[in-house]
Ligand binder design. Sequence first.
Ligand code: ZN
Length: 286
Amino acid sequence: MEKGYSMKKKIFIGSGIALLVVLVVAVVIFYPAIRFMTQREVIQIDPSLTLMLGGGGNSGVIIGDSAVVVIDTKMMGNGEDLYKFAKEKAGQKPIIVINTHYHPDHVQGNKYFKGSKIYIGNYEKEFLQKNIDAEDQPTDVIKDSLLIDLGNEKVHLYDLGRGHTSNDVVVYLTNHKVLFTGDLVFNQINPVLKDESGAKVSQWICVLDTILSRWGDSKVVPGHGSVGHREIVESMRQYFLDMTTAARDPDKENMMKAVYKDWMKLPNMSSPGKTIEYIKMHEINK
Ligand SMILES: [Zn+2]
């Protein structure tokens, strides 16, 4: 009887330890992704421009003379705080929303901006209906480009076509010389590549070339990660060139992976290995 009891106790303690180990391992593995999606930082550039980083994609709020513009609306509860901030600044002025692309971490806060114009790139209507929740649907698509003149700032929107998705939009603030790239640029983070999004690495590199030649002297707000200048666009471009080299030449794979060992990986979503596989599958062995 006593022996059985002590055995049960051992099993109980043993399974408790096993559960703890599983939990610790899970936290260690998923911590970068959890931090990536939840950590937030507010950068007040000047009274008319605030950057709100993290909590989904990076966002910007521009206080114009005639309206307030919000770039990307984050995910989960983070969009609500963004809305409250923009609404307080806007008062009676309208709020205009821009989505750099359709992924949930950039559009899931659209629901808080009811009644606002919400712009997105020139995706097919059916594609948007299929991939964005009904309550987060944009109201207008941008054909090539659009200028929103706020008086004190000119906000230029450009649909640069295929890269991270089939219709990525960048937003340029003329007076501030600030470019929002959406997920065309991840800063020191392995980018997420999905066939159903329309991601194509060779075209993504061309789009990065366009960004460098047209807005190479701007401050750059990436879709994820810290703010920088042209060097973060150049790093993203070099990453894709190096991963393409590795995809073509298996002897160079380990060397290229080592170069990017400090770039954040998103569990099950992104890593140098996943990027190399993606290029092999969708561009080399097609
Ligand atoms: Zn994305």
